[in-house]
Design a protein around this ligand. Structure first.
Ligand SMILES: [Zn+2]
Length: 234
């Protein structure tokens, strides 16, 4: 993989879009007629837990009918290259990177296929519904919520992400809007640490000017092409 042995890859909605995964439109818009503040905040969950649980039950059911695309497969292939260290940091809550075979995936915004117990803090793999208030497998309390980082909550494992950026030779941002912090700031952090930066995106993002290089196009085309280039160069 050339001189770039340590690669941190940030992925966002644009990677899963071609698999048919919906998301909130950029800039805090609508998702299936729901506003962000009605279904994706701790306040919304307090105000109307049924609405929020049903919303995520539908998302959880939908994601299990989707398949990883060529971009997910290409990144999993890059991860399997012997002479490199690849960490995929994803803003996506689907499991498509893993289903494509990626092992080193950090879910900074949580996982749709996890339930989080607000009584004992345990996380459990969850493929069914939460609207019926099932009990926590660890403690038995009917206190499960989606293991999703809502707007206004702290993303997971930030120290680990910054640690990986410090060790990286290359930071690649794929399919993110560049609008949601702290992920939108990774490119600036990476540059301050002297890391090479590359953006792969459908269109220029708000943060495009911060990258050393930007390549535009559908993720299923430009991600496999970039991985081929990198692997051939190695
Ligand atoms: Zn519990």
């Amino acid at each position: 993989m050339g001189n770039n042995r340590n690669i941190v890859i940030l992925t966002g909605a644009g990677v899963s879009a071609e698999s048919g995964i919906d998301t909130f439109r950029d800039g805090g818009g609508l998702w299936e007629q729901h506003r962000v503040e009605d279904v994706a905040t701790p306040e919304a969950f307090q105000r109307d837990p049924d609405l929020v649980l049903r919303f995520y039950d539908m998302r959880r059911e939908a994601v299990q009918t989707k398949e990883p695309n060529a971009a997910h497969h290409a990144l999993a292939r890059l991860e399997r290259e012997p002479d490199g260290d690849v960490l995929i940091v994803t803003q996506n809550v689907d499991d498509l990177h893993e289903r494509a075979g990626a092992k080193n995936v950090l879910y900074m915004h949580g996982e749709l296929l996890n339930a989080w117990c607000t009584a004992c803090d345990a996380r459990s793999r969850w493929t069914g519904t939460l609207i019926d208030r099932p009990t926590c497998p660890a403690c038995g309390a009917p206190a499960l919520r989606p293991d999703i980082v809502w707007f206004g909550e702290m993303p997971y494992r930030m120290e680990e992400i910054y640690g990986a950026l410090r060790r990286a030779d290359l930071f690649v941002s794929i399919g993110t809007s560049g609008a949601v912090y702290p992920a939108a700031g990774f490119v600036r952090d990476a540059r301050e640490m002297g890391v090479e930066t590359l953006e792969l995106n459908l269109e220029r993002s708000e943060g495009s000017s911060w990258f050393h290089e930007t390549r535009l196009g559908p993720a299923t085309e430009i991600v496999p092409a970039w991985v081929d280039e990198l692997v051939d160069a190695g």
